[in-house]
Design a protein. Structure first.
Length: 188
């Protein structure tokens, strides 16, 4: 059992902060998709810049910012970019309050699952059932706090927790908001 490395704790804090993007539900609907497209384009551009700089043996950012990226993200798409893509896709699947809820779930359940999973993991970097349970409980609490019927909230939380279990690093940043939005939309 161990705690997160300092850079992982900062990554989780940024993940949580991304939930503020759920405030997009307050914007005029016609402006949300273009705004999210700009966010995705900026994130992709920053990833490309980072990748090019890494190949040249330097960093476009200071060491403090660069520490937020995992070694597996050097020369690859970052988790932050995938999260931006997930938020855009969730909005396209179920615009409005449903997407906002899905974004809040992605912003909170994933870092909660990682924190609980890290605490109880026997092998670093592996998904744990404790982490999945943590993600489910946080997702359920978030969805219940948004005044969803309990059955809808629990179904959305179960979908988020299942999406969080996907084994490929970073794919949960897309899957959690999209699958949560799709399930909530299907439930009405």
């Amino acid at each position: 059992m161990s705690g997160p490395a300092p850079h992982e704790a900062r990554r989780r804090a940024l993940h949580l902060a991304s939930g503020s993007l759920a405030l997009a539900v307050l914007l005029p609907p016609r402006t949300v998709v273009p705004a999210l497209l700009v966010l995705v384009a900026l994130a992709c551009g920053l990833d490309a810049w980072r990748s090019r700089a890494a190949r040249a043996g330097r960093s476009p950012f200071g060491a403090g910012v660069e520490a937020l990226f995992r070694a597996t993200e050097r020369g690859a798409v970052s988790g932050a970019t995938l999260l931006a893509v997930g938020y855009l896709a969730a909005w396209l699947v179920a615009p409005g309050a449903t997407a906002g809820r899905a974004m809040l779930v992605a912003a909170t359940a994933d870092p909660a699952g990682a924190a609980v999973g890290t605490r109880f993991a026997r092998t670093a970097g592996r998904k744990t059932w404790a982490g999945t349970l943590g993600a489910f409980l946080v997702a359920a609490a978030v969805l219940l706090a948004t005044n969803l019927p309990a059955l809808h909230a629990l179904a959305g939380a179960a979908a988020a927790a299942a999406a969080e279990r996907l084994p490929w690093r970073g794919v949960d940043n897309v899957a959690v908001p999209v699958i949560t939005a799709a399930v909530l939309r299907l439930l009405g």
